[in-house]
Design a binder for this molecule. Sequence first.
Ligand code: AMP
Length: 186
Amino acid sequence: MNLVLFGPPAAGKGTQAKRLVAQRGMVQLSTGDMLRAAIASGSELGEKVKHIMQSGGLVSDDIVIDLIKSNLPAAEAAGGAIFDGFPRTVAQAEALDAMLGQRGARIDKVIRLKVDEAALVTRIEKRFADEGRADDNPEAYKVRLAAYNAQTAPLLPYYAAQAKLYEVDGMGAVDDVAARIAAALG
Ligand code: AMP
């Protein structure tokens, strides 16, 4: 099974993806984690994306599509992928459909975590204090939220049209949200 965990930054996608990995043995494919690893390693790719990531903007479609592409065989071997933070644009979603299609696979479900913006700002302030992620500072977070609304939210009708969209209340305790996701997955 291939799933997309969908929602604005700090909606809890990463936390829930890790739960699903532990329970179902699937592979989490987080482009944000991959890009942060590239930056930490000091690679050419890391240098290229560092500034745009710190500002809160989106890196180019080509870069993240390539990252996902190289991880698809491993995900397939594990029984499926949980896409976390990808796709973020319609072009990425189309590329993902094409890449999976070439492998005789597809996205089965898109789980949208619905959260309210005021709660997200509180969450991000806490994460900034706990983890010190550069792009969690209030200024960058504003840009990330704007990128979500302008470029990523248009994916909702894209997946709704494919009858793959499942809406889950993303507020409350991690366990409660996990239970709602499990119910949506059936
Ligand atoms: P995340 O950890 O998913 O919130 O991603 C952190 C940052 O990495 C984003 O604000 C973007 O700068 C970049 N990024 C991660 N995934 C993507 C993507 N699918 N498309 C474009 N940029 C991305």
